[in-house]
Design a protein around this ligand. Structure first.
Ligand code: FES
Length: 126
């Protein structure tokens, strides 16, 4: 069996939503100390709905595929629903990741949560 699913390869080779958002409503950056990979998420939020999301990932194929899939999963979602996105759901949507690559999907969950927390803290001070 191939190490990576077709979906992982597809999202790695043609990642969706790569880039940045100017004046984003929420930005979150996380890293994995062990491998040194970094992921940054940008959110545009209108009326509690995530209307746009972009990412920059300096990392492995699984991290890039996880970022890409995670952005697709939360686009159009309510903030509170997006907060519930787990790394397991991201990995499942990719038709699985090798066990030693599951931590890469954790970065996607954490980056989105960090961006949503940033949005919430900004909204609280407005
Ligand atoms: Fe670091 Fe994949 S090896 S995120």
């Amino acid at each position: 069996m191939a190490l990576y699913s077709d979906k992982v390869m597809d999202h790695f080779l043609q990642p969706r939503n790569v880039g940045t958002i100017e004046n984003a409503d929420g930005v979150g950056e996380v890293g994995n100390a062990k491998c040194g990979d970094i992921m940054k998420m940008y959110l545009k939020i209108d009326d509690d709905i995530i209307t746009d999301v972009k990412f920059e990932t300096f990392g492995c194929a699984s991290a890039i595929a996880s970022s890409s899939m995670a952005t697709e999963l939360i686009k159009g979602q309510k903030v509170d629903d997006a907060l519930k996105l787990t790394n397991a759901a991201v990995a499942e949507a990719l038709d699985g990741l090798p066990p030693h690559k599951m931590h890469c999907s954790v970065l996607a969950e954490e980056a989105i949560q960090a961006a949503l927390e940033d949005y919430k803290s900004k909204a609280a001070t407005d």
